[in-house]
Structure formats: structure tokens, C-alpha cells
Design a protein around this ligand. Structure first.
Ligand SMILES: CSCCC(=O)/C(O)=C/O
Ligand SMILES: [Fe+2]
Ligand code: NI
Length: 264
């Protein structure tokens, strides 16, 4: 693959893909890398998702400009989707969109303290970008969990517990290496937001945030679990409103957003 020269090249999703429903952007979508070699010469490369991942990763690794690096990372695959949930009792593995769907931006997730990166899961065993995040955030511990009916011992019991609304006293950090699943979080008005995590998505749910996890209809996820120090996976099921970790989360992330709604 050609690598970008600083400031000269742009990359964007294939034009046809932009008008499709967000779900269809995943998987077998094609990407275009538009390379401007000099002022009047342009070349469009059409790449598969996998090729594009490698192209973008290589470009980011060799590029000097941090602005350009960010631009390449941003478009290297479709954004992780999140949406408000309906309140139907149907199978938890279904998407549970509102009608019409109401998507939630990454900025709105960030206000709830939910962090997100897209990494190249193909190279997870030796990925400088992952190692940088681990070093920056002190994620000294890691292991891998596979959640599927045939791979996870005591599957039924565990999947039930994952879907009980709970908090942890530390961040919940998960990096999806294969498959997919839903992490549900509460917004400041206590509405459920469903976050669809797929291969390459790494998310952090803050300590004290109510959340739950379920597989989607594919029934399979392989994820890296990370932690600062010795891991504690203990869930504290809702209600935990008197727990100091919960109070700290509410004060830090939700209070301002709740006040803003009341002021309207
Ligand atoms: C994909 S990791 C399984 C879910 C989990 O570990 C957890 O703690 C959910 O809240
Ligand atoms: Fe959890
Ligand atoms: Ni993001």
C-alpha cells in the first residue's frame, strides 16, 4: 500500500456506503482511499474492510502529523453505533431500536464517561496503539474471555448475571477481538442506551455507572478484559445509589446534565 504524504491525502468511506443504513456499513462494506499525489493527480483505491484496516494502521504508524494520524484513525472503519432502546420484553439479543431509531453520538457517550477507541484487532497481540493506551491508563492486567453457549463454562448463569443492571467499583474495560455484543448504559435521565461493540472496538465504562451486557443474535464475542492492578470483577446490582462509587459517578458525570434538563 502507498502511505500518505503529510497533508496531501484524504480518506473517506465509499460514497455509495454513506447513504446506507448504519448497520450495513459494517462487515463487507468497501472503502475508498483517495490519494492526491500532487495538485492535479488523484487516485481512488477501493479496499475491503480488512485491507483498509491495514492501510489506515500503516498510514497512522508512519505518518508524522498527529492531525493526519487522527483523521486516518477516525475514518478507518464505520463508527461504533449506539442508540436509545425501546422497552419491549422481547429477546435481549435483538437490537431494541426505537421507532424511528434514535442514535446516540460519541460525544453524548463521552459526557456519560464512556470512552471508545477503534483498534486493529488482527494485531492485538503486538499492537503499539493498544500498548500505549495500557501504559497511559495503567491497565496492567489483561485476559481474554469468550462468551458463547459452547465456550463459556456455566454460560446460562453468567449471561443472566451480565444482564442484571449493576455497577463496578472500577472501570469496566473491554476490547472486542472477535464477534460482537451489546453494552447497555443509562443516560442522565435514566434511559437505556445500547452500544453495539464489534471487532476492534475498545470501550471503557466508568466506575459507578449502571450498565449490563448481552450477546447479540450472533451469540459470540471474544473480548480482552483489562484492569488496573489485580482484577476485581464483582458486580453490585442496582440499587446502589448510596454507594460512594455511585455517588462519585453521579456527581462527576450526571449532575450537570440533570441540572440542565431541569433548567429548561
Ligand atoms: C464481553 S465481556 C462479558 C461481560 C462482562 O464481563 C461484564 O462485566 C459485564 O458487565
Ligand atoms: Fe459489568
Ligand atoms: Ni468513539
Amino acid at each position: 500500500f502507498q502511505l500518505p504524504e503529510q497533508g496531501k491525502k484524504k480518506a473517506r468511506p465509499a460514497a455509495g456506503a454513506r447513504n446506507r443504513q448504519p448497520e450495513k456499513l459494517h462487515g463487507d462494506g468497501l472503502w475508498e482511499a483517495e490519494e492526491t499525489r500532487d495538485c492535479d493527480q488523484e487516485e481512488i483505491l477501493v479496499l475491503t474492510d480488512n485491507e483498509w484496516m491495514h492501510y489506515a494502521a500503516a498510514a497512522a504508524a508512519q505518518c508524522q502529523s498527529s492531525d493526519l494520524k487522527a483523521a486516518y484513525r477516525k475514518v478507518d472503519r464505520p463508527a461504533m453505533e449506539a442508540w436509545y432502546m425501546d422497552d419491549s420484553d422481547e429477546d435481549q439479543r435483538l437490537p431494541h431500536h426505537l421507532d424511528p431509531p434514535q442514535y446516540v453520538s460519541h460525544e453524548a457517550l463521552a459526557k456519560l464517561g464512556v470512552l471508545h477507541w477503534v483498534l486493529d484487532a488482527v494485531i492485538y497481540e503486538d499492537d503499539p496503539e493498544l500498548e500505549k493506551i495500557r501504559a497511559d491508563r495503567g491497565y496492567s492486567y489483561k485476559d481474554i474471555i469468550t462468551v458463547s453457549p459452547d465456550k463459556l463454562p456455566n454460560y446460562e448463569h453468567k449471561i443472566r448475571n451480565f444482564f442484571e443492571e449493576h455497577i463496578h467499583l472500577d472501570e469496566e474495560i473491554r476490547y472486542c477481538l472477535e464477534g460482537s455484543g451489546y453494552f447497555d448504559v443509562r443516560d442522565a435521565q435514566d434511559r437505556w442506551i445500547r452500544i453495539w461493540v464489534k471487532k476492534g472496538d475498545m470501550i471503557v465504562l466508568p466506575a459507578g455507572s449502571y450498565h449490563r451486557f448481552t450477546l447479540d443474535a450472533n451469540n459470540y464475542i471474544k473480548a480482552m478484559r483489562l484492569f488496573v492492578g489485580e482484577p476485581l470483577w464483582t458486580p453490585y446490582n442496582r440499587p446502589q445509589d448510596d454507594h460512594q462509587t455511585r455517588k462519585d459517578y453521579v456527581n462527576h458525570f450526571l449532575q450537570g446534565q440533570q441540572d440542565a434538563v431541569i433548567a429548561h
